[in-house]
Design a binder for this molecule. Sequence first.
Ligand code: PEP
Ligand code: MG
Length: 893
Amino acid sequence: GAGPTTWVYDFSEGSKDQKDLLGGKGANLAEMTNLGLPVPPGFTITTDACRHYLEHGSTPPDLGDQVSEHLTALEKAMGKTLGDPSDPLLVSVRSGAAASMPGMMETVLNVGLNDDSVRGLAVQSGSERFAWDSYRRLIQMFGRTVLGIDGELFEHALDEVKREQGTESDLDLDAAHLEDVVGRFKAIVAEQCGRDFPMDPREQMDLAINAVFDSWNSERAILYRRRERIPSDAGTAVNVCAMVFGNLGPDSGTGVAFTRDPGSGAQGVYGDYLQNAQGEDVVAGIRNTVPLTELERIDQASYGELMDIMARLEAHYRDLCDIEFTIERGKLWMLQTRVGKRTAAAAFVIATQLVDEGLIDMDEAVRRVTGDQLAQLMFPRFVSGGDATQLTQGMNASPGAAVGRAVFSSETAVEWAARGEKVVLVRRETNPDDLSGMIAAEGVLTSRGGKTSHAAVVARGMGKTCVCGAEELQVDTKAKRFTAPGGTEVSEGDVISIDGSTGKVWLGEVPVEPSSVVRYFEGEIDPGSDDADDLVRSVHRVLGHADEVRRLQVRTNADTPEDSARARRFGARGIGLCRTEHMFLGDRRQLVEKLILAEDDEGKQQALDALAPLQKKDFGEIFEAMDGLPVTVRLLDPPLHEFLPDLTDLSVRVAVAEAQGHPDEANLRLLAAVRRLHEQNPMLGLRGVRLGLVVKGLFAMQVRAIAEAACERKAAGGDPRPEIMIPLVGAVQELEAIREESEQVLAAVFEECGVELDVLIGTMIEVPRAALTAEEIAQSAAFFSFGTNDLTQMTWGFSRDDVEAAFFHAYLDKGIFGVSPFESLDRPGVGRLVEIGVEGGRRARPDLKLGVCGEHGGDPDSVHFFHQVGLDYVSCSPFRVPVARLEAGRAAL
Ligand code: PEP
Ligand code: MG
């Protein structure tokens, strides 16, 4: 059998490729250790151990012994013993999952301090004050995270001591005051837990390890994972690391840094430094930091070493890295590194920079960006003008343009957003509990903290607009208002605009303009000219390469000449879905009404004759916009009652007219028709091919309009490529009947016009039965287009128009799915039907053309699936076309 499981790895035993086992932090600490960088020694307890703990409610039986072994090695390396009364080794116990979950899980620092070792630390550090401050931090963190005590109790006790000393700052408290604080904190622990704060250093460590495991299932961690689609059973690793101190005086400090600007991608290091402080102070944004460049002045030697290390890390990881470091009395220590999060714009810019620097190739550049990032870059941005007044400028923490009503708590953000309000969350600083509010808000504005504060890091990660550190604003969350310089007050509900690219904040609504990336797609910016910025040039190169490597074609869903032309500019190679019902709206609704109300064939024919020329004109214009490219026209799909007035409205109108003594004949007839056509489940009723079979002449009229428009285009020297698509087919017999009729119409028109055109007739696969009988259906279809909207609706039995509002939030909350199946294809269910359809179709007809035209055609993850199952093309809305091009390229690599 297998030998005993290894639950614990020394930092020197791992590597960056072992994230699943050691977590991101542990794997990268190991990598840095092996690169010979100054990492404090330590060890990592694996995610396996966490999973075991979460499954069994207890740690693996042999974990304790393995931890002891590694602790002994650590003690040897440091020449100290954990909690030694005369010269204690202290350790940090930190979480670190495979996927980054910033601030979502727990950390306990200064483990190993107790009533005795605090005195040893005082002697060794030469500072009584430092020792007692470290001890009170331990009890506070341990109390909150391990013992589950309300953090406010500690804060109040600390405030109380400060009040007694007549000060507001921790820094004014001396060793004796802090010793007093420790006493009060211990009393809080005893009172809240019915037990004393544990004095045994090893017990402290073991309890802290378990608390980190437990924090995997904290509410905020669960919410974050759901949003980021991180598997809920992955577990976290735990890193136990020798403490180094950034708060030992002015020659100590702590900071975070990026090897390039994570906002714009600009070259050059970038970061924040906080003198005489511990790491948590920076990330929490509690005190204001200085730019990293200041460190050169403060401690030139450490700064130089840091620059060298950052250059090495970037070359080693071949990517932007972010790091956390501490300087303890002039000695630099690396506490963390990882490939850093960045904005969408920076992702593109950095990818091509690294190509130019010879670190990666273009394939890798395409892999390094995502369709979601590209989609973010296509959002509009603010223009100056309008009557909004600028209030202040903060830091441009995460780009985008957000307009909404100011709210001052996460709960309000969630509540207001749920009722359809756009809100901007305004806080002094955010903490992990604000996550739900940040998700609900259009953007986030804080008055404190730098670009590496919680608000900034989390907002960038989720592509949310964020302005942070707007220090001129006095934010009063209790009174639900903030005051800007000059005394302007902004209260809850007032509309504000924040620009995450410039950091500007306005009162009122600022008008927006299209993004430069969209202007490039529109052909308004030439990527080779001076008008193009780094971003446009980068997007141009990356998409160009994606186009070269992808196998999937990209078409668009469009039913107007304008949309067709735009999609073509955006790179669409044809139309995959032209929904003809969209051409029956507006004034033309009347004509459909006539068709429905006509009592005899003659009346019906008249109505159809009136519609025909309008349809023909539409098709002609679309063929022109898509000249030389396929245009799939889908015959009428929705139930007819959609073109008639609402039953209740009309009933009321008729009743009122009758009550007033002048009944309205026309409305009475209309009402009878509405009643006749009323269906309990219209989406499962008389629609699609069923209409074509039941309403005589309807599909023939549409086919004739298509054929005539194509003939006219051809005669005018164009190159129309129409394809006719029959919706909602479930049986080959339905398709055959419509196909025969259509072929006759086509032949007749071609003869009348003296033109020959090849017009493919195919079907949508959107009823489960069609997928299951695809082999038969393909006998009669030249192409399939998967209608994954209806296919999802009918496979799950979810009414596509109702469920998202009705109960999907509950399903998402309960984790039944992480994302709506209407948004991202449900691979095992609906995807399986697509596979069955592909296999069956190709068995009958190896050259069968296969595409998809449901919303999933523009969803990044779904595009990868469609590539894998061997479709020929995806079709999506015009603005999604570049996203689909990029993801099709990424899928092929
Ligand atoms: C579909 O069902 O996926 C589809 C594209 O058709 P529609 O959305 O028009 O029903
Ligand atoms: Mg459909």
